[in-house]
Design a protein around this ligand. Structure first.
Ligand SMILES: [Zn+2]
Length: 492
């Protein structure tokens, strides 16, 4: 049917005369037989029996179905009568041997297939098969493997292996060689089969920027270092946010870990859900090491930028290894949107004189009250050390943190405390959960801030001022920003 219609189309499209002829087509009167045929063709014989149940079409479909089933039942030979067939008899004797010789049996099962021949004058028994003069092989250092063990496994003698290991350990700490490193080696000719082959040559990449090779000259092994040039130009990726910041950045080639770090950094300044528009441009700079041999290693995020037209967010990672913080490119320190609010909630009572809700007397309120759902996590406002963690009179379950610069913070009325006295906490770490312990009328956090032992209004202190850069540090920071900004997008 397809063939026929395809053919018809070809003719209609392929020859102009035919399509012109169609234009002059005059409908002829159909014979009753043709009418019946088109009528039957138009009927949908197999409608969907799951739809419009009970309609005329459905009944007709059900009738078709029943008719087909009935016809099948009538055509069947019956369930109790077996259908007779022809089965070849089992092979035996020479016929079976012939068939078996041509089959392939797994070696593990003995593999007795194939035609066997009797030994004759043309067949000479082989006492010892010849050995290859040299053997080139590649081994891989496994997880938790030792370098010497790996060499011995590959067939290197104990003395050679010890010599190579001591040579290599002069250039690189053996523990620093990454598991999965491939080692190419060549083993030479041995005097007889009872001893291991001598190591002729060995080469591998010990580090991202160093290749080592050991080779034999005469009787001694010597090592050569081949440093690999590494280019440390960071990779910069820019692009439109589009429908999803994460997906667009990933599509632009940023690794998942860097994009996560980027979103975390940006979220500390603006709300990702609310403030980021699809027309905004993201700007990501990632540490990158490119070896002269072509390999690329991507490191951590160095710069997180978001250009919103009217507003620009530019954050630069700065600080000593492990204690890095995000600074704004203009030298102002890290600032997080909800910082100073250690819990996400509603400010219900401010710092200052107020009528106490339980005591009904005018009293100094030395902190902020933030109402939040029972059990909401409470975060440390800054890095610090836990000075107190336990019950403390009207404060209920109370945590006091000591920070640098004579600052300290207190968190009261917790339902549960998540830290112990003396432990270090990082900014943003959960230290407890909102509750209503102590003198409290409902679940809320009482948050206090002390400067040199005096309670001050937490809202008066912007945490940014504490991490500002100055002097030589600021100069170095500015130089870093300038060098980062000079990186060309694409960075390849
Ligand atoms: Zn309070």
């Amino acid at each position: 049917m397809f063939l026929r219609s395809d053919h018809g189309q070809e003719q209609a499209g392929g020859t102009a005369t035919l399509s012109f002829g169609r234009g002059a087509y005059v409908p002829t009167v159909l014979s009753p037989f043709d009418k019946l045929r088109t009528g039957i063709a138009q009927i949908d014989w197999a409608p969907d029996l799951g739809a419009r149940i009970g309609s005329a079409d459905w009944w007709r479909g059900a009738a078709t179905c029943a008719a087909l089933i009935t016809a099948t039942c009538f055509l069947s030979p019956g369930f109790d009568r077996p259908i007779l067939g022809d089965v070849a008899p089992a092979m035996s004797g020479s016929e079976w041997d012939e068939a078996r010789a041509q089959s392939i049996a797994p070696l593990a099962w003995g593999a007795a297939t194939g035609r066997h021949m009797a030994a004759n004058d043309l067949v000479a028994p082989l006492a010892q098969q010849p050995e290859r003069p040299r053997q080139d092989l590649t081994t891989t250092l496994g997880q938790g493997d030792s370098f010497a063990r790996m060499l011995e496994r590959a067939g290197v003698s104990k003395t050679d292996s010890a010599e190579v290991t001591s040579l290599v350990s002069n250039a690189v700490a053996l523990d620093d060689i990454k598991p999965g490193t491939r080692i190419d080696m060549t083993l030479g000719r041995r005097p007889d089969r009872t001893v291991a082959r001598p190591l002729e040559q060995l080469a591998f990449r010990a580090k991202f920027d160093l290749k080592l090779s050991v080779s034999r000259t005469g009787n001694a092994l010597s090592m050569t270092r081949q440093p690999i040039a590494i280019d440390h130009t960071p990779m910069r990726i820019q692009g439109l946010v589009g429908s999803s910041l994460y997906r667009s950045a990933r599509a632009a080639g940023a690794p998942a870990r860097a994009v996560e770090a980027y979103i975390k950094a940006i979220a500390s300044r603006i709300s990702i859900g609310g403030d980021v528009r699809s027309a905004d441009t993201f700007d990501i700079i990632i540490e990158q090491a490119r070896a002269a041999t072509g390999e690329v290693q991507l490191g951590s995020l160095m710069f997180a930028g978001l250009d919103q037209g009217r507003k620009k967010v530019q954050l630069v990672k700065w600080g000593s290894e492990g204690r890095e913080q995000w600074f704004e490119a203009n030298g102002v320190g890290e600032r997080r949107g909800a910082m100073g609010m250690p819990v996400a909630g509603r400010l219900t009572s401010n710092f200052g004189i107020r009528i106490h809700p339980i005591l009904h007397t005018a009293r100094m309120h030395k902190g902020l009250d933030i109402a939040a759902a029972y059990g909401s996590p409470i975060y440390a406002a800054m890095d610090g050390v836990v000075a107190l963690a336990g019950r403390n009179g009207g404060y209920g379950n109370f945590v006091k943190l000591i920070h640098g610069g004579g600052m300290a913070t207190g968190y009261g009325h917790m339902s549960r405390i998540a830290v112990r006295p003396g432990t270090r906490v990082a900014r943003g770490q959960v230290i407890g959960y909102v509750g209503s312990t102590g003198m409290s009328t409902g679940p809320h956090l009482h948050y206090e801030l002390w400067k040199n032992g005096v309670a001050i209004n937490p809202r008066s202190v912007s945490f940014t001022t504490m991490a500002q850069l100055s002097g030589a540090t600021l100069k170095a920071f500015k130089a870093r920003v300038a060098s980062l900004m000079s990186v060309r997008p694409g960075g390849r």
